[in-house]
Design a protein around this ligand. Sequence first.
Ligand SMILES: Cc1cc2nc3c(=O)[nH]c(=O)nc-3n(C[C@H](O)[C@H](O)[C@H](O)COP(=O)(O)OP(=O)(O)OC[C@H]3O[C@@H](n4cnc5c(N)ncnc54)[C@H](O)[C@@H]3O)c2cc1C
Length: 402
Amino acid sequence: MPRSPRSIPYNEAMSRFPGVDYMLIDSLFSEQELLVRATARKFVDERVIPIVRDCFRDARFPKELIPEIAQLGFLGANLEGYGCAGMSNVEYGLVMQEIERGDSGLRSFVSVQGGLVMYPIHAYGSQEQKDQWLPRMQSGQAIGCFGLTEPGFGSNPAGMQTRAKKDGDQWILNGEKTWITSGSLADVALVWARTDDGIRGFLVETGTPGFTISDIHGKLSMRVSVTSSLTFSDCRVPASAMLPGAQGLKAALSCLSQARFGIGWGVLGAAMDCYETARQYSIDRKQFDGRPIASHQLVQEKLAWMITEITKGQLLALHAGRIKGQGKIDAAHISMLKRNNVAMALECARLSRDLLGANGIMDEFPIMRHMCNLETVKTYEGTDHIHTLVIGERVTGVPAYK
Ligand SMILES: Cc1cc2nc3c(=O)[nH]c(=O)nc-3n(C[C@H](O)[C@H](O)[C@H](O)COP(=O)(O)OP(=O)(O)OC[C@H]3O[C@@H](n4cnc5c(N)ncnc54)[C@H](O)[C@@H]3O)c2cc1C
């Protein structure tokens, strides 16, 4: 059995990162939530921060961290049973925050594994699929990826052209998925395809004849994450590969809601890291008569903007976590969380980069890496525009996508 964060004593989990808490938000967290955060924080400080710059430089995903991430209970952390840690949504959010403070690419790996592959198997899978995959996925022995986007259909997955045709007791898949996180790391791909009965999800194991994977190179963002294209050419899978409970695009979108919730929390970590780096730098860096740049009003204005927006983002994430735990959250709430917090984090990265002057472009500091990563986070899991339209539809009743 993996060791869940609950079994780790608090004093083992102290961190060097001071945290960002202007408005005493920590007082709103339970002791258990703070313990989980401290555990994730320590892991990121000790195991991620020391290697992440080189991983980003080398475009290398640190596979060697998977067993530890799994052992800490971070894979499928908010799912129950099958060895999963059964964390609350707020505990899960805090884990995402800390991991993304390390790097958005590592958080993407954890989000895809838990929110986009384990969650749909848990929610829509057969008992056999759950037994086969969930214990192995929570322990990091099996890795998953989620194939929804196609070369011609990103923001509008409803137009997908990948097809699955029934042939006796098999399905035959044809089509292409692209921009797939963890594609070539994966043992199994959850692939969404059009059938005569609407859009359905299929679990396709790597190595299945007709299923090929190629990695996308040349990314200036998410370099710590593996991103791949998946091609299906008369790829035959058994009838039992289909998720029986996932009917229509709404099932795929429900998985995205899980992952977007984690993103809304995760980007807080990237924003905090940028803010804290710039705050400290502005105190240390002297210009004009040996005075710290923090003594200038224009510098303080940027720091004041950042800490205010981070604080608002923390409260939004926390409230979203609480209402998710009460079963009251819906997709339009999560759109607001994802859209607001990603835009806020990206602006914090840009302002922090500015405050570091020339040093801001160096990978010795984490800011430019976060900024590049956040450009992806703004685009994936529903672009900023699409979430704007979701909110617009909620408040007007008028869809404006077309
Ligand atoms: C590093 C990375 C990892 C990813 N991982 C995954 C993954 O694991 N699985 C997966 O399935 N996908 C993944 N994606 C794909 C991602 O979800 C898509 O890129 C995203 O949905 C946007 O699609 P697109 O890139 O085709 O952009 P497009 O849909 O072509 O959009 C381009 C621009 O047009 C705007 N636009 C489009 N339609 C409208 C509209 N109606 N109104 C206003 N503006 C509009 C968009 O907002 C955007 O600004 C990943 C992407 C990246 C970059």
